[in-house]
Every structure is written in structure tokens, then in C-alpha cells.
Write a protein that binds this ligand. Sequence first.
Ligand code: ADP
Ligand code: MG
Length: 405
Amino acid sequence: MFLDTRVLRHLTAEDWKVLAAVEMGSKNHELVPTPLIERMSRLKGGVSGVHRSIATLAKSGLIGRMKEAKYDGYRLTYGGLDYLALHTHSSKDVVYSVGSRVGVGKESDIMIVADKTGKQKILKIHRLGRISFRTVKSNRDYLRNKQGGSWMYLSRLAAMKEYAFMQALQEEGFPVPEPINQSRHTIVMSLVESLPLRQVSSVPDPASLYAELIDLILRLAKHGLIHGDFNEFNILIKEERTNKYTIEDGEEKETETVTLVPIIIDFPQMVSMDHVNAEMYFDRDVECIKRFFKKRFHFVPTQPGPFFKDAKKTVGKDGAKRLDAAVEASGFTKKMLKELEKAIQEQQAKIDAGEAVEEDELDEDEDEEDDNEDDSDDEEDEEDQQEEEEQAVFEIPASVGRPLS
Ligand code: ADP
Ligand code: MG
């Protein structure tokens, strides 16, 4: 299941109105009754126009019917929600074209997009609740629950939380992508020309990169935050080049210095330093970096720690703004944070246990129960996994970090 934008430009203003009506109706109905869609669309042409649009949208997979429904109605699919979000981004001139998919996580799709000037950006589409657990009925019911736990609601919460943190972190000068826009379950941010740390096979000075990453963990803590998934996939390594001009023996000489700059991404699971399990999350982030540096760079720090109890003492010190509180103050309630945390944890637990199966049903015309339906996405998943294993690992040359002669 991924974004297919082929129909995007063929939709009429009426189609968009009807799609928006289905979205609006979804707030209170799992299946939006057709008469309600007719009323909320407010089309000048009347009901027949609505029906035409419904047919177009259903054919394009943007809305779907449910088998065995008790009444006639439609619900929004992931595709439909994607389109609405893209429509908003494009009406704000944030996105003009959608390019290739650069990454697919269990919980998101990452696409390259561009604005009218051709400037490339990243579109992150949250897919929380995409995965179903065919073996675990209760979980599935939870994710599909009409109100609190629906996939649409959870994915939107994840995007809102991620965007709010990205903004707050940027304001405090943390190295994060620039947040550009958020709509529904999607975020547009700046494209960081970089490699995930995961793909870096060697660095000239592991000790200094390690120190920088630990420093980032401590800086976050000082602002009341724990990343919660501080691993080699969520740390992007950017090469920053600076040129220096000097005069030597009457001749101008140019030297280029390349510095490695870590940029942090992926924030839906961030937790407060006051969280009941804060120590566990903090230690896990630290351990993750240690383990990776040992395995990949054979680097083992001489000092133990850092320890949660010491970091805890620094929270809010030296005038550091509490970003955990700031985000809560921005309208993110404790209840929302709890719901999101629960969904992320449950999803992660199933992924870890290898029980998760990619969910197609949200895009399907009906409710499925059997396992022998179209499995193409599962296959795609396996391919993705394989691709990841085969991914080249790049070496950052030793010249990096000091002037190139
Ligand atoms: P997920 O929640 O699925 O893990 P991430 O936000 O971690 O999603 O993004 C997944 C991958 O996409 C990253 O590991 C990185 O390779 C790429 N990516 C994400 N955001 C950016 C960005 N702003 N610039 C460049 N690459 C990015
Ligand atoms: Mg990630």
C-alpha cells in the first residue's frame, strides 16, 4: 500500500467536496451514510452530482464500502486521506509534485516531493494502525475502534505530535529537519542530504561523533525530553563542507573542511523526563548508541553512563525551556499522548514478536477475515526487508573531518 497519485489531477472540485464530506462524516461514523454524504457535500447540482463523484472516488479507491454493512454508506480509505492531505499541501504551495518513495517503515511512508520551484522536500505519511494482527483479535478491535483508537485518528495524532516536537526542537536550535507543514496524518519537512548512520561503515573519529550523540541525549533531557528511539536509522549524518581561503607564498589557497553533523529525526514516540518509565527509555537510548558504536566502529567509551539520575537533575536548568510541557500546552492532552503511546507500543511489540502482518483491508472494498486474499503487500514487505539487508554501506573517507589537501 503506497501513495498512488495518478488520479489526483483528474478529480474535479465536486469530487473534492464529496471526499471532504466523507472525511467529515468519518468523525462520527465508521461508515458514513450516503444521505449524510449527500447533505454535507452541498453540491449545487444536487444528488446526482454527488453520486457521480461517489462513483469516481470509489473506483479510485479513495472511499470504500464495507461488506455486510447494515446500511448504505462509505468510509475514507488511507488513499482518500492521503489525497486530502496532499490537496491541502498543494493548495498552500508546499507540494507540487510527488516523487519516489525513499523509505517505508512499519509506521510510515517517506516520499520525496517538490514544490513549484523544484525544491525537494520530504513528505512523511504516518501509517499507525496499518498493521493488523490477525492472531490478536482484541488488538485489531482496538485499532479499529470508532472513536479513540481508529487508524485515522492515531496516524493524525502521530503526525501532530511529531510536527509539534520538530518545531519546538528547531526553535531551541536542535539539529532536526525544518518542519514545513502538517496536514492530517502527514508532515512536510526539509530534505536532509545525508545518510542514515546505519549506512555509514566508518568515520574518521568515532569518539567525537559518539560524544556528540550523547551530548544530544543530554541536551534533550535538559529540555525535559527523551527521544525514545534514538537508533542508527533515526540519526542522519550530513557532511558539511566549508571552504577557507588563505594566502600562502603570495598565492591564494583553498582548503575544504568536511564536518559530520548528526541530524535527528522521527519523534512520535518522544517521552517526557517525568514519564513513569523515563529511566528505561533514557537508558535504552544510551545503550542503543553504545551498542551500535561497538559493533560498527569498534568503539567503546572509557567512561560509564551517562545516567538517568544525573540527567534528571539538569531538567530545566540554566533556563532550558521544558519542551515536554510546551508541547502539552500546545493542545496535546495527556489523554492523546497516552492513546498514541499505547498504539505505538502495541504496534512495536507485535513487530518485535514477528506477528504483524501488513494490513490491506483499509483500502479494500470489504471487510476481510480470510488469509488467502491478495498478499502482494506482504511480498512487497519481504522485498523491502531484503533490500534493506543488501543496502550498501558507505564509507566516509578518513579525509573527512580534516582539510582535504
Ligand atoms: P519511521 O517512523 O517509519 O521510522 P522516519 O522518520 O524515521 O520514519 O524516516 C524513515 C527513513 O526515511 C529515515 O531512516 C531516513 O532514511 C529517511 N528520512 C526521513 N526523514 C528524512 C529527511 N527529512 N531527510 C532525509 N531523509 C529522511
Ligand atoms: Mg525511524
